[in-house]
Design a binder for this molecule. Structure first.
Ligand SMILES: Nc1ncnc2c1ncn2[C@@H]1O[C@H](COP(=O)(O)OP(=O)(O)OP(=O)(O)O)[C@@H](O)[C@H]1O
Ligand code: SF4
Ligand SMILES: [Mg+2]
Length: 364
């Protein structure tokens, strides 16, 4: 049994109009039909552009936002059915770490009282020695317990946020953009801390980030989200080595590689158009308005299921009607929809030469 099982989860926020009598005039389809499982001790990385529904999904899993549809099972139990004392007990087992630790930490409380408050909420008590152990475990300096959040650097504040999540001995931590607010050099330290704590404490993580590099670092498996749905999911190595979904291909084409020669050859696929509004998601495949491989059949009319392709490594699933043909190279990206950027020139370029090189890169 998986620690977390999410089935067809949806969160639709009503859009209301009118001050005296408010009526619902539409919905923001923030999360719309997400299924995923996370095994005990695993790290699942969730990536996608701003606004695609990552935080809403994280919050719905932790029952901080009420889902519109679907189910969340934690350790075999239906989270929606939990109430009162049972819900409080279950809440201890799943904790959230936020992007901006300063806004999630009360500035008037010392670190000691912040941690104690977290424990008290779950009927736990922590003596000074236990709290000292915690701040040592997350690598905060001596004397930190007496100090206040504003006295710490961004990286240290994130360590306080992690200590606060840890103090109730959770099983699952949802870390929502845990390092986005930090300098790159500090990002690696905090990610390493999360990995070390996972190994020591057997924690399970859902790590949310818009940055593919961050997720790659820490994840066993990665899910790529686009407009409320997961479009591709795979063991991290497989996803980065062989992206199948057109959206993932485009995202990865924008990531610099450390190898200078490969970096010289790297060409970016810029997607046509902006991210559509989640209040009016495109019909059929939600990516069809920007997809360079879009076909006349099915793409605009039928929503593709997340499915395992024949011959792909186990667990590599993709939501695209034409994934096999794209992989085989029998359908090609349309030049008109994909804008290729010549990075040396620094501006978008067109023309048959470049179009064929797009195809070479992508038709692999
Ligand atoms: N409480 C809410 N009421 C109405 N709409 C909301 C609410 N929370 C989020 N949304 C909308 O739902 C969509 C998804 O938002 P969400 O915060 O989940 O995205 P995200 O992927 O976490 O983005 P980011 O990378 O910017 O954090 C957005 O269009 C957002 O405006
Ligand atoms: S289903 Fe069609 S539009 Fe969607 S990703 Fe696949 S080819 Fe592109
Ligand atoms: Mg977010």
């Amino acid at each position: 049994m998986s620690l977390l099982e999410v089935e067809d989860l949806a969160v639709h926020f009503p859009i209301t109009q009118g001050t005296l009598v408010s009526r619902t005039v539409g919905h923001v389809y923030a999360v719309d039909g997400v299924s995923l499982t996370i095994e005990q001790g695993e790290t699942y990385g969730l990536v996608g552009e701003s606004g695609c529904g990552k935080s809403t999904l994280g919050r719905a899993i932790l029952k901080l936002t009420e889902p519109t549809r679907g189910s969340v099972r934690f350790d075999g139990r239906d989270v929606a059915a939990l109430k009162g004392e049972e819900l409080r007990k279950a809440r201890r087992r799943f904790q959230m770490v936020f992007q901006d630790p300063l806004s999630s930490l009360d500035p008037r409380q010392s670190v000691e009282s912040l941690l104690q408050e977290g424990m008290k909420a779950h009927g736990l008590t922590g003596g000074h020695a236990r709290l000292q152990e915690l701040v040592d475990a997350v690598g905060l300096p001596k004397g930190s317990l007496r100090r206040y959040p504003h006295e710490f650097s961004g990286g240290q504040r994130q360590r306080i946020g992690i200590a606060r999540a840890l103090c109730v001995e959770p099983d699952l931590i949802v870390a929502d953009e845990p390092v986005s607010a930090l300098d790159v050099s500090v990002q690696a330290q905090v990610l390493n801390l999360l990995s070390r704590l996972q190994a020591e404490l057997g924690l399970t993580y859902l790590v949310i980030a818009h940055d593919l590099a961050v997720v790659r670092h820490v994840s066993d498996r990665v899910g790529v989200m686009y407009l409320g749905g997961i479009v591709e999911e795979a063991p991290a190595g497989d996803l980065y080595a062989d992206p199948q979904h057109p959206y993932t291909k485009a995202l990865l084409s924008a990531v610099p590689t450390p190898d200078p020669e490969a970096e010289d050859r790297r060409e970016r696929i810029l997607l046509a158009g902006d991210l559509p509004s989640p209040a009016a998601p495109p019909s059929g495949c939600r990516f069809h308005t920007r997809c360079p491989w879009r076909q006349a059949d099915r793409c605009a009319t039928e929503r593709p299921e997340l499915r395992q392709l024949e011959g792909a490594p186990a667990g590599h699933r993709v939501a695209c009607h034409h994934a096999e043909a794209i992989k085989a190279g029998t359908i090609r990206p349309h030049e008109v929809d994909a804008t290729l950027v010549d990075e040396a020139a620094g501006f978008p370029v067109d023309g048959p030469d470049h179009a064929s090189s797009v195809q070479e890169i992508l038709g692999r």
